[in-house]
Design a binder for this molecule. Structure first.
Ligand SMILES: Nc1nc2c(ncn2[C@@H]2O[C@H](COP(=O)(O)OP(=O)(O)OP(=O)(O)O)[C@@H](O)[C@H]2O)c(=O)[nH]1
Ligand SMILES: [Mg+2]
Length: 389
């Protein structure tokens, strides 16, 4: 399925733009009115954005080869936030109905009509394949898309409705994405967070966003340390944020400096440590970082947490290797950055399944402190299924 957004100053104009490019078969999935972000928004005119979908000819590819005889249970649709999801459901259904109508017309000419029971089974199979293709289009890895689809198949009754099928997939994705893992400030449980990850993924920017939230919203006593002394500008970048937020910042050059820094900051509830970006392929640099982080076990009073920062735009094969390299440090939380730079969020689900890890936050822009959220698993699941998210 091809999904595209079109804009216009009126609804008609936006729909016309969609039909112009995608033709009359395009299904209008969503219409919303927005104002452009930025300064002087009050002067900006509203724009209407429509989301249109077009079924590709070869949209359905097999999710699995074996038949669906194992369909057994059922999943109550009521568990899903039906209201929010209903729009999307209708759109997926309308695509399927359209496709089935075309096929039935051909079959009426060519073959004798099938048994109604077979037709019902067929409908669910076709619908699951449609969902499978949607996940693949959003860059969910084939193995994980298959895993989700077959797990759902196993627990569906033969008479399950399309609503049941879709809600079962939706819930399965939410389960795989896991519970959001929020940072909390607790003076009885002091914590030191090391932010690690590849170069340029947004570690320093994310620290500034989170530090602002911890200080201004959660009223935590927070301090920053930076071990990134490789780039001249790196310390200055963090110093600027620290001074705006009025929180202490120390620079550390060695393991000893780290211990001294923590000792000086022992009145704080939270310490965020910025580190220099590392290529997971550079063993020497990674070992140096691992050594620094291991130092903290010797320091009393602060529980250590590792925060692996990953960009959602990185190729899955590389993300896999990065996660493997950092697994030497034990368990870690994940923060995904740059969601604004892609519309295919499959990597979030891929990594959640691969690491069975805890994903804490997602970031979606360069603005400090605004462009960060606790991971919104419902919105990501909707987006992976082709909804607006
Ligand atoms: N579009 C987008 N850009 C981001 C986001 N987060 C950070 N950036 C930008 O990414 C660039 C690198 O950000 P940094 O915070 O310096 O990244 P880093 O991981 O600390 O980089 P190194 O310390 O050099 O490894 C900057 O231009 C940021 O503004 C995001 O969520 N979306
Ligand atoms: Mg940095």
């Amino acid at each position: 399925m091809i999904i595209k957004k079109f804009q216009g100053s009126t609804e008609e104009e936006a729909i016309l733009a969609a039909r112009d490019e995608m033709g009359n078969d395009a299904v209008i999935m969503n219409i919303r009115t927005t104002k452009k972000k930025g300064l002087f928004t009050f002067r900006k005119k509203s724009i209407v954005e429509v989301t249109a979908a077009l079924e590709e000819k070869e949209m359905i590819s097999p999710a699995r080869e074996q038949p669906l005889e194992e369909i057994a249970g059922n999943t109550p649709a009521s568990v899903v936030e039906k209201e929010v999801f209903a729009d999307r459901l209708n759109n997926i259904q309308s695509l399927l109905e359209q496709q089935m109508k075309e096929k039935l017309t051909k079959e009426t000419i060519a073959e004798a009509p099938k048994e109604p029971v077979e037709e019902e089974e067929n409908e669910n199979i076709r619908f699951l394949k449609l969902i499978y293709q949607q996940l693949i289009n959003n860059e969910v890895e084939e193995q994980y898309a298959n895993q989700i689809i077959s797990e759902v198949e196993k627990h569906l009754k033969k008479e399950a409705s399309l609503d049941n099928v879709l809600s079962a997939v939706y819930q399965k994705i939410i389960l795989k994405l896991g519970e959001p893992d929020e940072f909390i400030a607790d003076e009885d449980k002091k914590k030191i967070f090391f932010f690690i990850g590849p170069t340029g993924v947004g570690k320093t920017t994310t620290i500034a966003k989170l530090a602002s939230d911890m200080k201004l919203v959660k009223k935590a006593k927070i301090a920053l340390l930076t071990a990134d002394t490789y780039r001249v500008a790196a310390v200055e970048q963090l110093r600027t944020y620290a001074s705006i937020l009025d929180i202490p910042l120390d620079v550390i050059y060695s393991d000893e400096d780290l211990r001294d820094g923590i000792e000086r900051l022992k009145e704080c509830d939270l310490i965020f440590v910025d580190t220099a970006g590392r290529s997971h392929k550079n063993e020497e640099q990674c070992n140096e970082l691992f050594h620094l982080i291991e130092t903290v076990d010797e320091i009393d009073g602060f529980e250590k947490e590792i925060c692996l920062v990953l960009s959602v735009t990185t190729k899955f094969r590389d993300l896999e290797k990065i996660c493997d390299t950092y697994s030497k440090l034990g368990s870690y939380r994940i923060i995904f950055t740059k969601l604004d730079e892609t519309s295919a969020l499959g990597n979030i689900l891929n990594i959640a399944i691969l690491t069975e890890g805890k994903i804490s936050y997602t970031t979606y822009g360069q603005n400090v402190p605004d462009d960060i959220n606790l991971i919104d698993v419902q919105s990501i699941a909707k987006s992976l299924l082709g909804g607006v998210g």
